[in-house]
Design a protein around this ligand. Structure first.
Ligand code: TRP
Length: 360
């Protein structure tokens, strides 16, 4: 199957996909890493390339960098949170962080103007990042349109990379794409290889599976230009409220829980939209039990309930028909609202720190 980083495609079988693309299974590292965020512990991150380099750097306390980019296209929701929580985890382990705003890509592929992209990046993303625990220490935050510190080398790299590919290769990896998308792909390659221009050879980029074409393109270019191969982890995209086969999308409020949603909105959205794996009637549910594996409330709960045993009890209780769909929803609503209540306070504090993060 061909993935498309600019359009959502439903992945029916992740294992098959990983085999097809030669993506390695992450479960061994999931077990070996300590104090991982729930995104890793609960199995959202399932694939990787060259993670052994990162594992070794962590174990031997060697220098490494984490790099990822954000698409400033709208409201910051739970899906975006899953990425930054991974970044924060690595930051705590001592990694140097490179975070970029894909404002050039936003202009080229989504028609979002530069000043609008900047506003979204700061007010939606950066504030929430800080509130979630991102620190200004060891952090390089930049906009693609302005470039990082070694701006000339970065800009040149994105152009020189073009000499290392062919239209045929582009077609094989991305399908038929526009010049704008091709430019965005080259820019992203420069983003991912940039830490190496500052002398950090070991890098990890946590991305959703939709970004796999960029990962594979970048690794090809890297080897042809004499860079080290950047490592990647791949996570399943967090599904939208409508069901595990749907996408949480900034352009559809009924599909997401935003980190700025108020209590009432969270409650309404979950009650009204969260796809239920429960049975049609109470009687049937009691008799046959629900299906937590396709139940959106249960799926989201895995990212909020820290206690493994408690979560397992909920799983079993729902599956056996003891716990009802409405009850499960209430558990989730309570969990999310408690989290958001704290988060709201942290956001207020974060607003005062914004300027420190933006200072050159
Ligand atoms: N293309 C990414 C997105 O749509 C954004 C991005 C730009 C990115 N440069 C990157 C992601 C480098 C990871 C690494 O979300």
């Amino acid at each position: 199957m061909m993935l498309n980083p600019w359009e959502f495609k439903e992945v029916k079988d992740y294992n098959k996909l990983m085999k097809e693309f030669g993506i390695n299974d992450f479960s061994e590292y999931k077990k070996r890493l300590k104090n991982t965020p729930l995104e890793i512990r609960r199995g959202l991150v399932i694939g990787h390339k060259d993670f052994h380099k990162i594992y070794e750097s962590i174990a031997k306390k060697k220098k490494f960098a984490v790099l990822t980019g954000l698409m400033p296209s709208g409201v910051f929701h739970l899906g975006h949170m899953t990425v930054i929580n991974q970044v924060i985890y690595y930051q705590k382990l001592g990694a140097k962080i490179y975070l970029l705003v894909a404002d050039l890509e936003a202009q080229l592929t989504r028609n979002i103007k530069e000043d609008e992209a900047r506003k979204i990046a700061i007010e939606e993303y950066l504030i929430n990042y800080i509130a979630l625990g991102l620190k200004n220490k060891n952090l390089n935050f930049y906009f693609q349109t302005k470039g990082p510190k070694k701006v000339q080398e970065y800009m040149n790299l994105s152009k020189l990379a073009s000499a290392k590919t062919t239209f045929n290769e582009i077609k094989t990896i991305y399908g038929d794409i526009t010049p704008q998308k091709f430019m965005s792909a080259l820019t992203q390659t420069a983003d991912i290889l940039y830490p190496q221009l500052e002398g950090i050879k070991t890098t990890i980029t946590p991305v959703g599976f939709d970004q796999h074409p960029h990962a594979s393109f970048t690794r090809d270019i890297a080897s042809r230009m004499g860079f080290s191969l950047p490592a990647f982890t791949f996570h399943k995209l967090l599904p939208g409220l409508q069901g595990i086969k749907t996408k949480m999308s900034s352009s559809k409020p009924e599909s997401y829980i935003a980190l700025t949603d108020d209590e009432k909105t969270v409650e309404t959205k979950i009650k009204k939209y969260a796809f239920s794996g429960g049975r049609d009637t109470l009687e049937e549910h009691r008799k046959k039990g629900g299906n937590p594996d396709i139940d959106i409330s249960y799926q989201y709960l895995t990212l909020f309930e820290e206690n493994d045993k408690k979560l397992e009890e909920i799983y079993n209780s729902y599956k056996s028909g003891n716990l009802l769909s409405g009850e499960l929803k209430s558990i989730l609503i309570e969990k999310i609202n408690r989290f958001l209540k704290e988060h709201r306070k942290k956001r207020e504090k974060a607003k005062k720190q914004i300027n420190i993060f933006l200072r050159e």
